[in-house]
Design a protein around this ligand. Structure first.
Ligand code: HEM
Length: 438
């Protein structure tokens, strides 16, 4: 029998260098190549590259169904040398045991009735916003109330699209993707492919500097001393200096810009990304057409029911409120929690990283609804395909496992979470003034 090629960890890690042609990952001590044309073939696209040079077992398990095991062998190169094999951490083993237990208990099966009513409720919000415009469009209060309801509709669509696109709802990926197109692209105005690329990278390396783009918010907000490294590369240093100096105060107004910035990024992504990076060329067409539909219905209701001046007010208010409602939740999930550089991240177990970089927010009827279940951020990061209506059934077991393994698990109230974020912004702002803005 021909002997299997073996690799050392330094060979695998070296493939992460820009100079290396091949890109290697390790899954259960086996080495796979994800270089060359892999990203064009891969349905998850470039997200896989976030794991280059690393043990990708955890990230791989999160995003793939059992059936992917069959194609995995096409990319197999060899094994990690027997002397260098790393045993899975006891935390990971316990997480996997819990996962089996939850699978047997049927917790990964979504309640279709729950999601049916969620979609129905969201459509009712849209209908309420449009009806108010129709009946009270001549009245400023009516316009403002309609804009606020539309903003809530978009925020809630964001959480629903999130669930579909993490494949929490159906076993069929295509069905989830097309529900994502309806709720995400048409209703909310964000592209499915743009979102998956950004969000799945975030999941695979949460709060990791230079990889997780969710914390790459310079020059607007600097979340860590690492982010300040970018300062010297910025073209407009004066603007960055002002923004970072006042970031604890500017944080709230900046959040209001989030929706517009993401909607714009979605359009740019769908226009400029090579078609080979979309799942299929049909999907690219659907992406573009559905974003057009979004802007079509939105601009139509704004300008049909309102004078040009009031339509602009309507657009401005709905965008700003939704930006705030979406971004405050995203922000509370991870901002102010530890940020790792790539070197630190390579030493931390995948599941430990998911726990230590996330913040849970106390569960109550309002928080569960307002955050779309993302207040169970840690549980969601361990099992992204777990339907949100089952989070409350697993949280206690996760907490006691973290306690057993001394993994820091953080849960707090909504108000305290925001307070922690402001404190981090203040700390980094003061650090910047001391070290960079002399
Ligand atoms: C040789 C290694 C890999 C192979 C063969 C592979 C294969 C696949 C396949 C066949 C799918 C379609 C999903 C399914 O049928 O369940 C997929 C989706 C995906 N993969 Fe991979 N993959 C690899 C490595 C990775 C790695 C390391 C990541 C890193 C995080 C990753 C992230 C994803 C994501 C985000 C999706 C999209 C899931 C979605 O639609 O939401 N993959 N991959």
């Amino acid at each position: 029998m021909p002997s299997v090629p073996t690799f050392t960890w330094s060979q695998v890690e070296a493939s992460n260098s820009d100079l290396s042609k091949d890109k290697l990952i390790v899954i259960n001590d086996k080495v796979y190549s994800i270089g060359g044309d892999f990203v064009y073939w891969h349905p998850g696209g470039k997200v896989a590259l976030s794991q280059t040079g690393r043990d990708a077992t955890g990230a791989f398990d999160q995003f793939h169904s059992e059936s992917v095991q069959e194609v995995l062998s096409d990319f197999y190169l060899g094994d990690i040398a027997p002397t260098e094999r790393r045993e899975a951490s006891s935390f990971r083993k316990d997480i996997e045991k819990l996962q089996n237990e939850f699978q047997k208990a049927g917790l990964f099966e979504a309640s279709k009735i729950y999601y049916f009513f969620k979609v129905l409720f969201n459509i009712s919000l849209w209908a309420a916003a449009v009806s108010i415009l129709h009946i009270f469009g001549h009245n400023t209060y009516g316009v403002l109330i309609s804009a606020s309801i539309l903003a809530i509709f978009w925020q809630q669509c964001g959480w629903l699209a999130h669930d579909f696109l993490h494949h929490q709802v159906f076993k069929n990926r295509t069905l989830n993707n097309y529900m994502g197109i309806f709720v995400g692209n048409i209703c909310q105005g964000f592209s499915v492919s743009w979102w998956k690329n950004k969000h799945c990278t975030h999941h695979s390396m949460p709060n990791v500097h230079l990889i997780d783009t969710d914390i790459d918010t310079m020059p607007f907000l600097a979340w860590s001393e690492h982010a300040l490294e970018f300062f010297n590369d910025l073209t407009d240093k004066q603007a960055a200096k002002f923004l970072v100096s006042y970031q604890p105060i500017l944080y709230f107004p900046i959040l209001t810009l989030a929706r517009l910035s993401w909607a714009f990024a979605s359009i740019i992504y769908c226009i400029t990304t090579p078609s080979t990076l979309f799942e299929t060329s049909i999907f690219l067409f659907v992406e573009r057409f559905s974003l057009l539909m979004h802007w079509g219905w939105y601009l139509f209701i704004s300008f049909y029911y309102l004078s040009p001046m009031m339509a602009i007010v309507y657009i401005f208010v709905s965008q700003a409120i939704c930006g705030f409602l979406l971004a405050i939740v995203f922000s509370i999930n991870h901002n102010g929690m530890p940020i790792l550089d790539t070197k630190e991240a390579s030493k931390v177990d995948f599941y430990e990283m998911q726990v230590m970089t996330g913040r849970d927010v106390t569960s109550n009827i309002f928080n569960d609804w307002f955050t779309g279940g993302l207040n169970y951020q840690i549980e969601h990061h361990i099992w992204p395909t777990l339907p949100r209506h089952n989070f409350h059934l697993v949280t206690e077991k996760v907490q006691s496992l973290c306690k057993k393994h001394n993994v820091p698990y953080h849960s707090t109230s909504l108000v305290n979470g925001v307070n922690e974020i402001i404190q981090r912004l203040d700390k980094i702002s003061k650090l910047a003034k001391k070290t960079k803005f002399q």
